[in-house]
Design a protein around this ligand. Structure first.
Ligand code: EPU
Length: 343
């Protein structure tokens, strides 16, 4: 079924609560609706497919068509004594699916508990938190290819998952595939991932003999609540910036400025990953307000819209000030993690 609305208010469809509109909003409930929906949209009209709208910043009203999948359902496609493969509709809420997995005793996604967004976008974005990325558990993605006008299946190896990225975000492929379901493989035997320091400490303090996905889920939700704004009360789009990877030279420059190498950094193949939160914090941005936009006081990687009245311009102005200040102090240029949707 397809529902079409005109001059549609997108406030409830972006977690930043930007008060923006689109000319047309189309929501569909089955994969077979996708070719029909596309056939109704003129070639010269801008089109953008959203998920839960949790990683987007609409920079203004959108003068085209916004698509949204309301495809639901969790289906078992394969099962062994040790593992299960579940095919999940792109329009399922990721955290509701994760809760369902934890309730069923399936291991693998519990570290992503509380993550906003929908299942389709989890594959596009390769969402990650507390040592786990969605792509680790995805086996294949089912989509409609808007180039060939055919339904297709993309196996994990071809999804090109990386840090907050995938094939579906590559410049040449962006918008080509409309994902309608994602297959996740989960473990039926105990498989906790508790290396992330804050999680390891909490689990140790619990002092319990056998862990369950639900125990880990509850701890993750506690950690998130202690750092991140409550999505029901304080609009944001989660981490606003990516953690940058800097060169040896930039790393040495930061060490010189700080007077030691005693600052958070992680050696990676092509340099050093530095937490953007640390860079922003060190430049004094925690809790800073600019107009109605604000840097979250507990996790400066998050920009919030606490009064629900910030305009896209106010968010972008704060974003630019942060980028400039970090570039001036450390010579590192942050890139936004949040996707900016321009008309
Ligand atoms: N830090 C500070 N000051 C702060 C907060 C953090 O200096 O106020 C430093 C600390 O050194 C800390 C480090 O930053 O050890 C990293 O912080 P944290 O472990 O909280 O994670 P993050 O790198 O800031 C990433 C994801 C989050 C995810 C967390 C937990 C990105 C862009 N963000 O944040 O994802 O929840 O790890 O795994 O990779 C999201 O994508 O929306 C999101 C919230």
């Amino acid at each position: 079924m397809v529902t079409t609305s005109y001059n549609f208010d997108l406030t409830a469809h972006n977690t930043f609560a930007m008060k923006v509109k689109c000319n047309c909003f189309m929501e569909y409930t089955t994969p077979e609706d996708i070719p029909f929906v596309l056939s109704t949209i003129r070639k010269d009209v801008d089109m953008f497919h959203i998920g839960g709208g949790s990683n987007l910043l609409f920079t203004s009203d959108f003068p085209g068509v916004i698509l949204h999948s309301a495809i639901k359902g969790i289906e078992v496609v394969d099962e062994t004594p040790d593992s299960i493969i579940l095919k999940v509709g792109a329009g399922e809420t990721m955290d509701e699916f994760i809760k369902w997995c934890c309730d069923s005793g399936y291991w693998g996604l519990e570290n992503l508990s509380g993550i906003p967004g929908e299942v389709g976008a989890s594959a596009v974005q390769n969402v990650g938190a507390y040592g786990v990325e969605a792509g680790d558990k995805i086996v294949r993605v089912h989509a409609f290819d808007t180039d060939s006008h055919e339904f297709t299946t993309i196996e994990k190896a071809d999804c090109l998952f990386g840090y907050r990225t995938s094939k579906f975000k590559l410049k040449d492929e962006k918008g080509r595939y409309i994902i309608h379901s994602v297959e996740y493989q989960l473990s039926k035997t105990s498989d906790p991932k508790i290396e992330y320091p804050a999680l390891a400490n909490r689990i140790k303090d619990l002092n319990i003999e056998s862990l369950s996905p639900h125990v880990i889920r509850d701890e993750i939700i506690e950690i998130r609540n202690s750092k991140l704004p409550d999505p029901d009360k304080i609009p944001s789009a989660g981490s606003f910036f990516k953690n940058p990877v800097v060169t040896e030279e930039q790393y040495q420059n930061i060490a010189k400025i700080m007077g030691s190498t005693d600052f958070p950094h992680f050696k990676v193949d092509d340099g050093y990953k530095i937490p953007a939160a640390w860079l922003i914090d060190t430049c004094g941005w925690k809790g800073v307000k600019k107009g109605n936009a604000e840097v979250w006081k507990l996790q400066p990687l998050v920009i919030v819209n606490p009064t629900k009245s910030a305009s896209p311009e106010e968010i972008i102005s704060l974003e630019n000030d942060i980028i400039r200040s970090i570039a001036d102090k450390f010579g590192v240029v942050l890139s936004p993690e949040v996707e900016h949707i321009h008309p």
